[in-house]
Design a protein around this ligand. Structure first.
Ligand code: XMP
Length: 518
């Protein structure tokens, strides 16, 4: 048998925790790759992993036509670890019985270790252990040639292993922090069972990426649309390290950016890092195209299309031959596309990230961050000296302030919103709240409400403040900021911005509300 590559395959059955499993592996400095369960056997063979983790998933093996582990995973004779649905389908495929249950178990549980196992090495089994469960179905009859290694009160078959082979399965989730023995289970599986080495280190990774870029690009020139966000900034720094002045960056000011954003980008990339940077002030073009438009989806489309037109035109004026287009695509984007299509596919990030350009411009793509998670991208950026304010910035939507002004975009509204937003962010940083919330911003609500200035009544618009806490931006909770803090922000906004007479704080969770207002 050919030697295996030092990586772990995470076979995805649709769990919300799949990416977390892959990150837990990488935190142990072992590379992991996620592939959907129905990707096709060749692709799994090509991955050539030292071990496979089978994720959880929302389906029930008790129903027909639900996902199963492809035979190739057994044939490769590498260690397997099934988690939740991964355990259930593993058990079912090895002649065990899985029973559906109306009562779902969700939350903390206590694990009793029933028997010594390589998976539990170093874990003290004399007391019950805190673990985290989330399941409906469970294994009710042991699969053939398996032994019981752990149980809980409600799931008597909670952990099993094969008699002779390195096949293990857990009903609980070792990847979540509530499972106290999760880290030990991962290190046992990776190093004692799969025999992986720690070779996924950020410094080595940068060296490898630089070599790959040089090999791909040679002496040709590369164009990158810089947005000021983390992904495109780190892409720029990696390319700069690899090919220096063969990199051309373009930053398009669409007039929908935050206060001082253009200057910050110039300061960092032009002055500090001496990149070939072309800053294009296209704010008038964008505003002209957006005149009179009030529908949010229309606005998004116009902003995206105008971006492509401007990028396209300006790149023709660069006075040099461009052969490659760089993009800050990161791993979650790739997974999203491969899961939705169940085959590996490239996705072009929409909005700011030059959506649609490649085909039109017929350029080969350079995507050095394609296999990195966001936290790894940040580590690479830190290693390459990017300032932490940039690396730890809250996400900012591609259409920018365009989706934070309800109704028509006008210069006056944009100016007011930019000021209000800058005040809010400045106060969040000063009060040490900025890093405690996941995303914070202001929205402009063109609703006339009355205010009193001196002896005069004034009808002016409203600013909404939004701050949320979230892990994955799929769900979010409004941030419980102190009243005294909100009061200070509100006073500053109404005092410093003439066109605003009232400030409101958004206390809606997602769902049902979204994070943005449009
Ligand atoms: P929602 O509003 O859908 O936002 O709860 C979730 C996350 O996505 C960001 N967002 C966008 N990003 N283009 C983007 O690049 C968009 O059109 C867009 N809409 C929302 C939002 O800021 C939040 O982080």
């Amino acid at each position: 048998m050919s030697p295996k590559d030092n990586r772990i395959l995470v076979l995805d059955f649709g769990s919300q925790y799949t990416q977390l499993i892959a990150r837990r592996v990488r935190e142990n400095e072992v590379y992991s790759e996620i592939l959907p369960w129905d990707i096709g056997e060749d692709r799994i063979k090509e991955c050539n992993p030292k071990g496979i983790i089978l994720s959880g998933g929302p389906e029930s093996v008790t129903k027909s036509f639900t996902p199963r582990i492809p035979q190739i995973c057994f044939d490769m004779e590498v260690p397997l670890l099934g988690i939740c649905y991964g355990m259930q389908t593993l058990a079912e495929q090895c002649s065990g019985i899985v029973s559906a249950s109306d009562a779902k178990e969700f939350g903390e549980a206590k694990l009793k270790i029933e028997q010594a196992s390589k998976l539990f090495e170093g874990i003290d089994g004399s007391n019950l252990i805190d673990i985290w469960m989330s399941h409906g179905d469970k294994v009710t009859s042991m699969p053939k040639d398996f032994i019981l290694i752990g149980s809980t009160e409600s799931a008597p078959i909670a952990a099993i292993q094969h008699n002779t082979k390195d096949i293990f399965a857990l009903q609980f989730h070792p990847e979540v922090t509530h499972t106290s023995i999760g880290p030990a289970i991962f290190t046992n599986f990776l190093f004692k069972i799969c025999g992986c080495n720690k070779d996924w280190k950020i410094e080595d990774l940068i060296t490898r990426k630089v070599e790959e870029i040089r090999e791909q690009v040679g002496s040709n020139n590369v164009l990158l649309g810089l947005s000021g966000g983390v992904d495109s900034s780190v892409t720029a720094m990696l390319l700069q390290k690899a090919i220096g002045k063969q990199l051309y960056c373009m930053f398009i000011d669409n007039g929908l950016l935050r206060k001082n954003e253009v200057n910050q980008v110039k300061e960092i990339f032009e002055e500090k890092f001496d990149l070939n940077l072309k800053v294009v002030d296209a704010s008038n073009i964008f505003l002209r195209h957006l005149k009179g438009v009030t529908d949010p989806e229309q606005k998004r489309k116009i902003i995206g299309r105008t971006f492509i037109d401007v990028f396209d035109n300006e790149s023709l004026d660069l006075n040099c031959e461009i052969d490659f287009l760089a993009q800050g695509t990161i791993y979650p984007d790739v997974i999203e596309s491969s899961v939705s299509e169940s085959k590996e596919a490239r996705i072009i990030k929409s909005h700011h990230n030059v959506g649609g350009l490649p085909q039109e411009m017929r350029m080969e793509l350079v995507e050095p961050l394609r296999n990195l998670f966001k936290d790894e991208v940040r580590k690479v950026g830190k290693e390459l000296d990017l300032p932490s304010e940039l690396l730890n910035r809250h996400p900012f939507p591609g259409p920018g302030l365009g989706v934070r002004i309800l109704g028509e975009l006008t210069q006056d509204r944009l100016d007011a919103l930019r000021e209000a937003d800058a005040i809010f962010i400045e106060e969040l940083i000063a009060a040490d709240f900025y890093d405690k919330v996941s995303q914070a911003f202001c929205v402009y609500l063109p609703v006339k409400s009355v205010g009193v200035v001196g002896d005069e009544r004034r009808y002016a618009d409203v600013i909404g403040i939004r701050a949320v806490e979230t892990v994955d931006f799929m769900t979010a909770h409004w941030a419980d900021l102190p009243y005294s803090f909100l009061s200070k922000v509100s006073s500053r906004i109404v005092n410093e911005i003439e066109s605003i007479s009232r400030v409101v704080y958004d206390i809606s969770n997602k769902p049902p509300a979204t994070i943005e207002w449009e």
